[in-house]
Design a protein around this ligand. Sequence first.
Ligand SMILES: O=c1ccn([C@@H]2O[C@H](COP(=O)(O)O)[C@@H](O)[C@H]2O)c(=O)[nH]1
Length: 289
Amino acid sequence: MRPFGARLAAAMAEHGPLCVGIDPHASLLDAWGLPDSAEGVRRFALTVMEAVGGRVAAVKPQAAFFERHGSAGVAALEEVVAAGRETGTLVVVDAKRGDIGSTMGAYADAFLRDGSPLAGDALTVSPYLGFGSLAPAVDLALATGRGLFVLALTSNPEGPAVQHARDADGVAVADRVARSAAEANAAELAPGGPAAGAPLGSIGLVVGATIGDAAARLGVDLAAVRGPLLAPGVGAQGAGPAELAAVFGDARSAVLASSSRGVLAAGPDARALRDAARAAADAAGAALR
Ligand SMILES: O=c1ccn([C@@H]2O[C@H](COP(=O)(O)O)[C@@H](O)[C@H]2O)c(=O)[nH]1
């Protein structure tokens, strides 16, 4: 498989810089006339895939909403991964895994190994046990043409208490995460490296579209990461085109804006979902041009 960063750059060029989040909240299931059960979650998720599969750069199923229904919910997540493969739509599994290295190896097997039913194209991971603890996931992602999105500056108001803290050298935690991702991408993109010549490396960051000027204030050089920047917070959390343009500055071309409820509220009609995703992709594309 071609490296994830190269595949994502091509998908964004074709469809626009939008990732549609698949978050089957109980309230959305109710609004769509579906039961709050594994079967309801399955029908919800496959309706989204039918509406936007092959038409957007990526989808991002939120694992928690599937896992809350046990093994049948996880089976529905596996079907979403398979539907992504069938429609040629990249699947970012939003499971935010992170643990000590040996356990991280098992998470990597589950979400990044060829043949695993839960292995999409990329996985969200948490670096708060130390970026180095993610090594098994970094290694397996790069070996299989998959990618990671590492939490750096998240969209929630509680994030700054940890991510803005500075270490003994005065470097912000988020900046350390960004520098580590930059190192991994530099190796992947180097002449002779597995992604030499690609526009983006495969180790991305999660940077919320709601963070205002935090990256600039903390000295985080997002463009220097040379990896994709997954930007949740668009739509229901209040960020829009103006925030996308302001937050990402000269890193704009690497941004994959992510919206879940902002698009899903248009359902369950497939055409309405498709139109909402198209409008969100066009707005993000204009803001990030
Ligand atoms: O910093 C982060 C990281 C992840 N998320 C996830 O994105 C979606 C957002 O859903 P909306 O309905 O578009 O608000 C959700 O799955 C979060 O867990 C995030 O919001 N912020």
